[in-house]
Design a protein around this ligand. Structure first.
Ligand code: WQD
Length: 344
């Protein structure tokens, strides 16, 4: 009998790739998504890849009663992977209450339901943003969690504390927070990928939309940072590697391999690339010349962040396998597929 897993935000970028990885590992998946930052089209993409249509519930996790009713209907949920959250740094500065309500109330309502279960397993989608500009690179999980630079980052820090405090008084609850570095790329089938709504805030979708002709040119936010080529350094991790890490972490919880009932892991490649290096990687795999201009720094950007992946490698027995070129190639193939769909 396959275990049933709830994936909140399962129609989102990382969520949808994780649903595919879970189904391919034999898990039965139920998705909760309120479609506020995703599209029902993604359900078709997942099904075309795995030939298994996940169950889908259009629920807003801010509705406490709806969350309770969900767990009454699906009373055999063995694990929850919680992606559903707002994630735009800039928007969180303009509208903090939206972020505190949507990213924290939802987490609390889920945990309140899980506390009632016999052996609940919980995986939290966190972010390297909790470190801010780390004092040392590469960044380990014991690096200081600094005062967040944005309400978004603060919701990830507070979210981790809520889970940690709950685990301390709920021995049957086992949880893992996964701190992602910079997720990029798409499923190699080009059936699912990143679907930014409006102007992309993140680098790679802006690159691919520029290359496909949707944007005139990429603005590189500053080349006067203390880095070799002056542009910021990030750890760009393929979303397929990230999805696989969620399955490995879930199996660790389900197989009761975890001694502590709360653990944290950094998920990155361990390699840093500058913005200019990311552009060069894209140009190499796409065979296109990307038009870009250097402009001023973006408020809130840190100079450099890349992961020390020792704990994930040794404890999760997981290591990123794709390169930045692989990720750029899949992102480009996905952007071209999106264009084909528009032209139908
Ligand atoms: C990467 C680099 C920009 C766009 C954010 C969130 C983080 C996580 C990932 C959710 C930076 C530069 C970007 C552009 C540019 N999200 N850039 N021109 O800011 O590292 O991380 O997304 O969990 O929490 O903070 O990612 O892709 O926005 O930027 O020059 O048009 O690309 O300055 O150096 P970031 P990003």
């Amino acid at each position: 009998m396959s275990k049933r897993i709830l994936v909140t935000g399962g129609l989102g970028f990382i969520g949808s790739h994780t649903v595919v990885a879970l189904q391919e590992k034999g898990f039965e998946v139920v998705i909760i998504d309120n479609l506020s930052n995703s599209s029902l089209e993604v359900l078709g993409g997942i099904t075309r890849i795995t030939r298994i249509s996940p169950e889908f519930e259009n629920i807003d996790l801010r509705e406490k009663a709806a969350v309770k009713a969900f767990f009454e209907k699906y009373n055999d949920i063995e694990g929850v992977i919680h992606f559903a959250a707002s994630k735009a740094v800039g928007e969180s500065v303009e509208n903090p209450l939206l972020y505190y309500e949507n990213n924290l109330n939802t987490l609390i309502y889920l945990l309140q339901q899980l506390k009632e279960k016999e052996a609940p397993k919980f995986i939290f989608s966190s972010s390297c943003t909790v470190y801010g500009q780390a004092d040392e690179l590469p960044i380990t999980e014991s690096a200081q969690v600094k005062k967040a630079e944005s309400p978004y980052g603060n919701t990830k820090q507070i979210g981790e504390e809520i889970i940690s405090d709950t685990c301390k008084v709920t021995p049957n609850l086992k949880a893992i927070s996964l701190r992602y570095f910079n997720p990029i790329g798409a499923h190699p089938s080009a059936e699912i990928g990143e679907l930014p709504i409006g102007t992309p805030q993140n680098l790679v979708p802006y690159i691919t939309q520029t290359a496909i002709g949707m944007r005139e040119k990429l603005s590189v936010f500053g080349d006067d940072y203390p880095t070799p080529d002056g542009t910021c350094i990030r750890d760009y991790i393929h979303v397929m590697d990230l999805a696989r890490a969620h399955v490995v972490a879930l199996e660790r919880l389900l197989d009761d391999e975890q001694q502590e009932n709360y653990e944290v892991f950094n998920l990155g490649t361990g390699k840093g690339n500058s913005v200019l290096e990311a552009i060069q990687a894209f140009e190499k795999v796409s065979g296109t010349k990307l038009p870009y201009q250097i402009v001023g720094r973006r408020e809130g950007d840190i100079t450099a962040a890349y992961a020390d992946t020792t704990r994930a490698n040794d404890v999760l027995k997981w290591k990123a396998e794709y390169s930045i070129e692989d990720a750029m190639e899949s992102a480009w193939k996905w952007q071209q597929r999106l264009k084909e769909k528009e032209e139908v």
